[in-house]
Design a protein around this ligand. Sequence first.
Ligand code: SF4
Length: 452
Amino acid sequence: MNDRDSEDIAAQFIERGWEITEDETQADVAVVNTCAVREQAELKAIGKLGHLIWLRKPIDADFPIVGAVGCMAQNRGADLVKLMPDIDFVAGTRQTHRIAEIAIDIFNKRKAGIGHPKLPKGAKRTPKTSAAAVDISDNLQSHLYINKHLPAPSSKRACAFISIMQGCQMNCSYCIVPKVRGKQRSRPLEDIVSEAKRLADSGVKEITLLGQVVNAFGRDSENAKDPAAFTRLLRAINDIDGIERIRFTSPHPSYFGDDLINAYAELPKLCEYVHLPMQSGSDTILKAMRRPYKISSFLKIIDKLRDRKPNISISTDVIVGYPNETDTDFEQTRQAFKTAGFDMAFIFKYSPRMGTESARLPDSVPEEVKEMRNQILLGDLAEQSMRYHDKFIGTTQEVLVESAAKRGENLFMGRTRTHRKAIFRASPDDIAKLVNVKINSITVTALEGEIV
Ligand code: SF4
């Protein structure tokens, strides 16, 4: 979601005639799009903001204008100014569509000499002598405007993300997202389809639909009339000429109905891959987390998906060491992890986030136990993932060529329909084309092969 929002913010600047620079020392405006999901991400963003302010030479110079946006900005608001009085603006998640407007306004004022008051030599700025602008107000229309994309680079772009909604109406005890992103707001289906058509016209072949609970699209309130809105959207995008592949992330098990399961069999462009967060295999822990499903119903969804698409790849998120998680709870998670046969997973050690319900509970599982459970599950994942990858050797896979590989001359990377990364020899002309790649070898993270 943040990547997508950042792209929209960059496109807002381009629309106003600005350029994006790769060299931050050359920037007139620097925007840090922050995350609040984990403490580590917040510390990283604060460090980055401090570094950008430090780039002002001399230190009390006017430029670059530095702003914090996104989830941490929303959560901390004016507290960020207390922490960093030299910052120029703090804008929350419901202002994402206005970031360039806010920043350029400050930039123009600064050029006219209006901004942070000048300080006597050697004096440090304080919140009282800061002119930082803070806007974390609500704007219930903001989600309607996250629809701008950067122009494709010199080579074509193969894939694009579309934000189909903002916010979340679930209530997971450990999660800060509903607080910082607000209640769920879905965009009109027609707007999303037009955006997808524009992307198809620009050469994009693969669309990933994004939402905090993407499959609750169109069900923003309890009495929303259209429980099948998400599959209607999938069908509409499946009908767009030029789009070859559709993905979405992240769905919630509670909204994974039979209509969505059947869509895998019915829609040829819907790729055989799903990221379905399980979080725990223990009903006791799921209940404590306020995840409103039982592990048996979660596994039933997986069974049905495998029934419709036997080669589907399924990944997940798991939290280990949630308050009061016992050895038995963890064993149930391990068991469910094996039964589901995940071939990819993001495994997190629980850490409390201020402002969430679970932060009020004692963080009762010792750090070394969390670490041990984390390592055990990572070991299980490595085995499952290798076993899954093994099956690819000798097969030929349809791959969408995305870009030059990070390493290796003439090597390019793309993804299979099952979202496996593939590395192979190709040419820049192949970018955004579907090619057939014969898989010769595997590593833990990628398939290697040749175009046939
Ligand atoms: S579904 Fe739960 S974990 Fe996901 S964003 Fe909403 S509250 Fe957070």
